[in-house]
Design a protein around this ligand. Structure first.
Ligand code: S5P
Length: 478
């Protein structure tokens, strides 16, 4: 005799709600399993059972309102609303052209308690967006009731935003029922469980307009302090980078373009205290070994900087995934950030993401190049921006020579920075730190030979750091 939950899972599998194969989730992540509860509206009895199981799992006895997260949360919330006689709210999915108030349909008054209803939780972004809106309207939202928790970090993400998630079933439990009832083979079940184990760290990114430190409701990246920008993103490395920049008062990234491991490590040791990032071209080392990157990782911890491998990936997703993970460099293992071109389209991001195995990693899109005659046209810049907006969970920002984005969650990294130099013989062009930060809108200045070939690299790094950060402070106070 099956329990009500076991029977429900078997029935959901039978009608095709649980699918196995190769799926791309909203975040761009590839998944071997997809739970598509939308079709439940064609099976009213099963919809009722799902709603009952959810209501039985509710964390609190009483709520004054329920609100379904569009779309699949809506029919479930409707059933709960009519059965329990609790008024319901709907939050529109549209984000443009609606003021916060008009985004929500239904009657309510300040302070009413509202239970969120959602079908599946991955990172928690959809629940978060809805709760954000409801909280802005002074509703008291503490709990989210979901049917399936895919165990990919959503509950933890929401907990950190003071939202308590209660689910009817987890992915692991669901697979165990399906396996026991002979609905899936052991092989399929193992692949799903392996996927769950290796993808536990998704992040939430708020699409909300950001309030700047000066209190104005404008989304102008250049005017926002680093402190206020931390709240605009949930990309773990963007947050970490902002924190490092604040703590070290440094927006300096050194391009350590040297050919010997000893030189690289010596630079990291000497310049480490002054930089927020160390940028490598690992493939120009003539004596690369695993020890090189192990030592580099230790220095990054010791001096609190991130490692940024300037690999400039530029191929189709599948090739890039191999270049990221396989071969002698195993870049994903040690580089926090990597650069990639936008040319292949957003498959390149998906390729990189598929290689991270849940490690916190990020990518920076090369949107404009500093060299003379670069083919990075406005159309290309716009294309990179679209890729970034679509993959905001993974894209940290842009390498560029101008303000290619006003969005405060994206970081602008500007290379081609050096004092008193017009350029080199091979097309490189230079700006001073002040011009890069104040005129070109750089958040991070990338300096290579200006420091590495200076007579005293430490003194040079201090100078670039101080000038760069002073220019940033000037920019936000203008
Ligand atoms: O457009 C670009 C993009 C990058 S990442 N122009 C660049 O110069 N870079 C990199 O920045 C380049 O590969 C090098 O590592 C660094 C600039 O070095 P510098 O010695 O000219 O300061």
């Amino acid at each position: 005799m099956l329990t009500k939950l076991e029977q429900c899972i078997v029935d959901l599998h039978k009608i095709g709600v649980v699918k196995f194969g190769d799926f791309t989730l909203k975040s761009g992540m590839q998944s071997p399993v997809y739970f598509d509860l939308r079709i439940i509206i064609s099976y009213p009895k099963l919809l009722e059972t799902v709603a009952e199981l959810m209501w039985e799992a509710r964390p609190c006895e009483k709520y004054e309102l329920v609100c379904g997260v569009a779309y699949t949360g809506l029919p479930i919330a409707t059933v709960i609303s009519t059965k329990q006689d609790i008024p319901m709210l709907i939050r529109r999915k549209e984000t443009k052209g609606y003021g916060t108030k008009k985004l929500v349909e239904g009657n309510f008054t300040d302070g009413q308690s509202c239970l969120m209803i959602e079908d599946v939780i991955v990172s928690g972004s959809s629940v978060f967006e809805t709760v954000e809106t409801l909280r802005e309207l002074e509703l008291d939202v503490k709990d989210a009731l979901v049917f399936l928790d895919r165990e990919q970090g959503g509950a933890a993400n929401l907990k950190s935003m003071d939202i308590n998630v209660v689910s009817v079933i987890s992915m692991t439990e669901m697979m165990s029922i399906l396996l026991k009832q002979g609905c899936v083979t052991e092989e399929v079940s193992d692949s799903v469980l392996e996927f769950v184990r290796s993808h536990t760290a998704t992040s939430i990114v708020s699409k909300k307009k950001t309030t700047c430190n000066n209190g104005t409701d404008v989304m102008d990246r250049k005017k926002c302090s680093l402190e206020s920008r931390i709240a605009t993103t949930s990309q773990p490395l963007t947050k970490k980078l902002f924190e490092i920049m604040i703590a070290k008062k440094s927006n300096l990234c050194v391009a350590a373009d040297v050919t010997k491991s000893d030189e690289l490590l010596a630079l990291a040791e000497k310049l480490g205290p002054h930089i927020c990032l160390l940028k490598t071209h690992i493939d120009i080392l003539t004596d690369f070994s695993k020890d090189t990157v192990e030592n580099l990782k230790n220095l990054a911890v010791k001096h609190n900087f991130l490692i940024f491998e300037d690999r400039k990936f530029g191929d189709i997703g599948n090739t890039v995934a191999n270049q990221y993970v396989e071969g002698m460099y195993n870049i994903v293992d040690w580089a926090d950030l990597v650069t990639a071109h936008g040319l292949p389209g957003d498959g390149i991001i998906k390729g990189l993401m598929s290689g991270t195995s849940g490690k916190p990693r990020g990518c920076v899109l090369v949107s404009q190049m500093s060299s003379t005659g670069a083919l990075t046209t406005q159309e290309y810049v716009n294309g990179c921006q679209k890729i970034a907006e679509k993959n905001e969970y993974f894209v940290v920002g842009f390498v560029s020579q101008s303000c290619v984005s006003e969005n405060p969650r994206f970081v602008i990294f500007t290379p081609g920075v050096q004092y008193n130099k017009k350029g080199d013989d091979l097309g490189q062009q230079y700006n001073t730190p002040r011009t890069a930060v104040l005129e070109k809108g750089a958040d991070v200045i990338i300096v290579g030979r200006g420091i590495t070939q200076a007579e005293d690299p430490v003194a040079a790094a201090v100078m670039y750091k101080e000038d760069g950060f002073k220019a940033y402070l000037e920019r936000i106070s203008e």
